[in-house]
Each structure stands twice: as structure tokens, then as C-alpha cells.
Design a protein around this ligand. Sequence first.
Ligand SMILES: *[C@@H]1O[C@H](CO)[C@@H](O)[C@H](O)[C@H]1NC(C)=O
Ligand SMILES: *[C@@H]1O[C@H](CO)[C@@H](O)[C@H](O)[C@H]1NC(C)=O
Length: 397
Amino acid sequence: MMKHSLRFPFVLLVLVATALSCCSVGRRALTLQPIYSGDASSSPPLVAEALNETLFVLAAAEPGAEELRQDVEDLLGGNLESAEVIGGRYRHIEIWRRGAKPGGRSGLMARLRFPARGEHPDHSRVFPEFRKLLGDWFRDRRQFRPDVMLELLERIKRPIDLHYGYPDTGRPYATCAVVGNSGILLKSEQGDLIDGHDLVIRLNNARIAGYQRHVGSKTSLSFINSNVLRSCSLHSGCYCHPYGGFVPIVIYICQPAHFLEYMVCNSTHKSPLLVTDGRFDTLCARIIKYYSLKTFMEKTGNHPMLWGKFHDQKMFHYSSGMQAVVLALGVCEKVSIFGFGKSPDAKHHYHTNQKAELDLHDYAAEYEFYRDLAERPEAIPFLRDAGIKVPSVVFYH
Ligand SMILES: *[C@@H]1O[C@H](CO)[C@@H](O)[C@H](O)[C@H]1NC(C)=O
Ligand SMILES: *[C@@H]1O[C@H](CO)[C@@H](O)[C@H](O)[C@H]1NC(C)=O
């Protein structure tokens, strides 16, 4: 397999490079210098600087961008239907492609189901707000603006502090803990250490009951992806609070249709329910793609152009943990990272028996990123253009 990839036809490489350079955002045009051009032994070594440049260009390429655009346009142009399901237990909000008739299933683009009992969003407002939120997010999503990091204090920390009644200092938290869900936590008894931080961020509603000795019991901020929010929306009042209903939630959007869930949940939610900025999503995506390309190149010896043969290019995504860590960089002076990492004798998640990792993430690349954060943050591309002073980061194994 690997052998075969080394013999990737040179002509094809040139074609791929041409296609990529059309949408490149690099300062210079992509100079193609494959490490291996048919016969590895006779090819010239790649100039390090050109290779760096290639990594930047490839990190900016988004193979799924066209599909995302199409999805968003369809959703923005669709018709809203709202229906009471027979039996009365659920209400549905549906988005149909404009012109498509209910009943013709192919026209259905998004459906939100939520319990008929309990609080309800004001249906007349759902669609205009959905359109506005989705449109704004998508506009921002298409911008590459590392300086969005400078806005996190205002956009994330401020609403949290207002909610908790903390003074509005405009300053970062002195200490933050980002608690990942890796099974390695169960060996550590770091619960008290974690709880000693000013801000404790937990991920994707991982349970803490029964694990406090290892994972702590304090939660200041719950960071979830919108798939988790979607499952919450099936509960009365969008119950999404394993840490208590008072804890603010930050969500990143995996699918544009999930703004429907957001609308419904936000209308019944008592604590802040904040969505990550589209520019922030793009920054995180680019950083992790860069690290994935770089580790791929270093581990396999392949040209980074071949990365797409080994990864699901359109689905590839940073993990929730990675984005929570980057969020902490913008609102904290000192960041401690717990429960990230693997060990052969540890479970994937401390609180579940899930075996397999999702292959749309590249955890090895994310660990390289965390290592650079702790040891040489100045080497991290894109982040160093953000205009922030990267806080000191300590990685607890
Ligand atoms: C390539 O980028 C890395 C950071 O990822 C940097 O440490 C290195 O000096 C760069 N090399 C060249 C030749 O620019
Ligand atoms: C979410 O709900 C809060 C409280 O009702 C409201 O202030 C806020 O504007 C809503 N957020 C969005 C993005 O609609």
C-alpha cells in the first residue's frame, strides 16, 4: 500500500497541484516539488522553505467547501414547515427545499423534532432568526482572520462573567483547565487539581458523577459540538445539563442545519448558549489541517499532496477538545490540559466503553499541536498571526 503510494504518477501530481493552486491563498504560487516523483531514489530533495509554503497552501484548501456552500444556500432558500405529529408527543420543524411539496421526501432538508410538552420557541420567529444566524456564521466561516482570537474575551468571557455576576475586568482568567475525556484520567486522581482552576471547561457532556476523584466536580463552561446539542433537543426544555442548568454552554456547529436545534434550545435556556464564531472555526480547521499534513509528511515520507489519499478530505475535522483548548488560549493566562492523550491500557473515553476513535479526527496531529503549544508556541503557524500572547500551557499526562 505504502509502496504503491510512493509510485503515485508524477503527471497526476502536477494535475492535482494545478487544481489546488487555483484556489490557493498563499503569498506565492504553489511551487511543485514532490519528494517522490516516480522513483524516490532519484528525486531531488525538497527545499524546506518551499515545503513549508506548500503546507500552508494545502492547509488552506477546503475540499468540502463547495458542499457546505450548497447546503447553506439550500437551507437559506428553503420553506419552513412546522407540524404537530400525530399522537401529539412531538413537534416538528422542517425545512423543505423551495417548491418541493411535503410528502416528496427528497425535498426535506432538515427536520427538528422536539417534545410537544414543555416550553416552545415562538414559531413565527424561528425561521427569520435561523436565517440570520446561519447567514452570519457562514459569512464569517469563509473569512480567514486569526485576529478573531482577540475577540474571545468579549464574545465568550464577557457573557459568562455577566451570567455568574463576576466583575467585568476585561482581563483573562488567571488559570483555566480544559478537561478532555480520555481514559488516561482514571489513573491520575487529579480531581482537586482540576477544581482549583478559575475556569474549568468540560467537553461534550462527559459524565463526572462517580469519577470526581479523577476528573473533579467543578464545571464553569461546557463545550459541546452541535451533534450533542441535537440529542439534547429531544429532551423537554432541551435538557443538556449534566453539570447543572446554570453552567454556560459553548457550541461549535458541525452541520449548518443544527442552527435549528440552536434556535429551539436557546429559546428555553436559562444560561448563555453561545455559538463559536465562523472565523474561529476556520482558524482551528486550518491549524489542525496543517499539523495533520506535517505529521503525515514526517511519518510516512510522502509528499503532503498525497495526504488526501489517507484521510477523508471532506469530513476531516478538528476535535471538540482541540477547539476548546484554542478557546482557552484566548480567555486565559495559564492553561492546564487534562485528559488528552492515549495509552494502550486506558479506555478511549473515561466515561464510556467506546472502542474506536472517529477517523475524521487526527489525534496524533492534535497532540503535536499541543506539544508545540507547551514547548514552542512561536512555531505554530496561523496562531502566531493572531496578535495574542499565547498563554503558558501545561499538559498533564
Ligand atoms: C518551517 O516551519 C517551521 C514551523 O512549523 C519552522 O520551525 C521552520 O523553521 C520552517 N522552516 C523554514 C525553512 O522556513
Ligand atoms: C439566545 O437567547 C438569549 C436569551 O434569550 C438572547 O439574549 C440571545 O440573543 C439569543 N441568541 C441568539 C444568537 O439568538
